[in-house]
Ligand binder design. Structure first.
Ligand SMILES: [Zn+2]
Length: 118
């Protein structure tokens, strides 16, 4: 996508900030390429739904380093781009499932604590 004035205006908008924050929360602020790093940026897998992006479908959370790796010519301007997009979606799905499981365990633990010690 051509980086127009409109693109930069949208990237600074509260709408994008909210959407991006929501995307980060879905993985517990974990980068989907380098999961040991904190996610700080959202990457567009494509621009078909520009301004109407859905996390996982259109955007994924990445760390700055992970984002730089994804944009390397090797993965970005090559036939590997859809493969990388697919891997990022799989990784985000796994991160969301692991986060959900950890939250369920936390809930069980706090429920047990209440039941056992009250
Ligand atoms: Zn990107």
């Amino acid at each position: 996508m051509k980086r127009s004035k409109d693109y930069y205006a949208y990237m600074r908008s509260p709408k994008w900030r909210r959407k991006s924050q929501f995307c980060h929360r879905l993985t517990g602020h974990r980068c989907v390429l380098l999961p040991w790093r904190k996610s700080e940026e959202c990457h567009h897998l494509h621009y078909f739904n520009f301004k109407h992006e859905m996390p996982w479908i259109d955007i994924v959370p990445l760390s700055r380093l992970g984002h730089s790796i994804v944009h390397l010519g090797l993965f970005w301007n090559s036939p590997l781009r859809p493969v990388m997009g697919c891997l990022l979606r799989i990784s985000m799905f796994v991160a969301m499932v692991l986060l959900a499981i950890s939250q369920i365990f936390r809930l069980i633990k706090s429920t047990m604590r209440v039941l056992l010690y009250s």
